[in-house]
Ligand binder design. Structure first.
Ligand SMILES: Cc1cc2nc3c(=O)[nH]c(=O)nc-3n(C[C@H](O)[C@H](O)[C@H](O)COP(=O)(O)OP(=O)(O)OC[C@H]3O[C@@H](n4cnc5c(N)ncnc54)[C@H](O)[C@@H]3O)c2cc1C
Length: 434
């Protein structure tokens, strides 16, 4: 069926042929009939990774297949969402080992972007916890791959942005927990130096993340609210059934501007009165604050938004982050959401984003100026040895991708050797020539 399709940022919007197969046989039929395809999970990436001429949605692959209550190893179909895993397994004392900032993500999408959470500095990324996966290749053959078996297919698929085939099932180790609550500590940091040093000081705490006020100037430049957390052991394992609110309409385009964003940031920062606040919060509030509001992406207006997420090696981070925030200010732009995280050691998956250092994610209302700003930011990121996250990208060019991802050549050779260029294509793969 032809329809307009997009992702969470609502850019780009393209006309595609979209199908929702419900069985492997049906997927194989499309493989035979169509020249190429790209899988689409929940569309919570920002950009063009799951978009293409022919899109296969995975949402009807939605069943749990096996759970080993001794080891915590779960096998589930690729369209199962993180929300469904939590709902079913948290009351039994199991939680996701790694989770991004939304639970409305499919298992297939989590593997294909090798997503990271607030604990990357200690636990690595999602695929570090995946012990195996099943992949349907364009010739219709389903293979099992893991770090031991078909290991090259495994490495290329983890973080491979859907470009190696259609993941049908994922086997993942869950984490045991004693509570659905998180013991949270919020530290009010006065500037960027303090924000970074608190991350380091608490690097043995399981979860850490900071909301950065990128509109603050002078001595407050880079001030933040840094949130630390670990699982409580209070024995309460309930999953709340809270109602979500909905953002009703597209916000008018004037709503978000550098002045309104500064005002919002001032209020948000000063609402936290104490230097250190300790509280026990339900996991939803700690991990998924934005999931409370359906369609919050409408806040950016009908043209959508762009996110710029990069990672910079630790020793370069203070300088690079300063330069980036100054450049944004010089451009008279202001990102609405700014999230800083500490990342740990990288794995050996060629297109996986996380590497040791600091990652900053910045959301901008989409305007033509933002594209030219991003080109300047690309230069800064690459000068400091960083890289851009493909799951959040819709406009990077090949030159910067190559510099950022030394494993890119290997990935491309693998695609060539296995005839994947011809059969698995997205708007992103065409744009970047990968
Ligand atoms: C509010 C919010 C917060 C976020 N926070 C984080 C964060 O903290 N950390 C982080 O890493 N990411 C984060 N993300 C990004 C998100 O986790 C990733 O983009 C994830 O890949 C989205 O999964 P999806 O199921 O929506 O996949 P889609 O967006 O539909 O697709 C993403 C990629 O996965 C591929 N894919 C999907 N299913 C399959 C399959 N079955 N087989 C093969 N390929 C497949 C697609 O082809 C595409 O390349 C966030 C997103 C939002 C909206």
């Amino acid at each position: 069926m032809k329809q307009f399709l997009t992702t969470w940022s609502r850019f780009p919007l393209i006309k595609s042929e979209v199908e929702e197969p419900s069985s492997l046989e049906e997927v194989r039929k499309y493989f035979r009939e169509k020249p190429s395809f790209i899988p689409y999970g929940c569309g919570r990436s920002y950009g063009d990774a799951p978009l293409g001429n022919f899109v296969l949605k995975t949402k009807r692959f939605r069943f749990f297949r096996h759970f080993d209550s001794q080891t915590g190893e779960l096998t589930a179909e690729a369209g199962v969402t993180l929300q469904e895993i939590i709902k079913h397994f948290l009351p039994r004392g199991w939680f996701l080992p790694v989770t991004p900032g939304t639970k409305f993500v499919s298992l297939g999408g989590a593997v294909a972007a090798d997503v990271h959470g607030k604990n990357h500095h200690l636990d690595g990324s999602f695929c570090n916890w995946v012990t195996g996966l099943w992949l349907l290749l364009p010739d219709g053959k389903e293979i099992f791959c893991s770090p031991e078996e078909n290991a090259d297919w495994f490495r290329m698929t983890c973080g491979g942005m859907g470009l190696t085939g259609f993941i049908t099932k994922v086997r993942l180790r869950l984490r045991t927990v004693q509570s659905s609550f998180i013991e949270e500590t919020i530290i009010k940091c006065e500037n960027l130096e303090e924000s970074l040093s608190i991350f380091e000081e608490y690097s043995s705490t399981l979860y850490s993340v900071a909301w950065l006020d990128c509109t603050a100037r002078g001595r407050s430049f880079g001030r933040s609210l840094l949130m630390l957390g670990h699982h409580s052991d209070d024995g309460h394992l309930q999953v709340p059934n809270k109602k979500t609110l909905s953002f009703p309409v597209d916000a008018p385009s004037f709503l978000l501007n550098p002045y309104s964003i500064k005002l919002f940031n001032d209020i948000y920062y000063s609402q936290t009165k104490k230097k250190i606040t300790q509280q026990k919060v339900i996991y939803e509030k700690f991990f998924y604050p934005l999931d409370k509001i359906n369609h919050w992406n409408k806040l950016y207006g009908k043209n959508g938004f762009l996110q710029y997420q990069f990672v910079i090696p630790k020793d370069e981070a203070p300088e690079a982050i300063k330069e980036i925030l100054f450049t944004i200010k010089e451009y008279n732009e202001a990102p609405f959401l700014t999230v800083l995280k500490l990342l740990g050691k990288e794995n050996n998956f060629p297109l996986s984003f996380p590497r040791e250092g600091y990652t900053l994610a910045l959301d901008f209302k989409l305007t033509p100026r933002v594209f030219s700003l991003f080109r300047i930011l690309d230069e800064i990121v690459h000068f400091h040895g960083g890289r851009i996250y493909l799951a959040k990208d819709a406009r990077l060019n090949r030159k910067y991708l190559e510099i950022g991802y030394p494993g890119l050549d290997e990935f491309i050779r693998f695609r060539e050797a296995n005839n994947l260029f011809q059969h698995v294509k997205s708007q992103m793969s065409e744009r970047l020539g990968i």
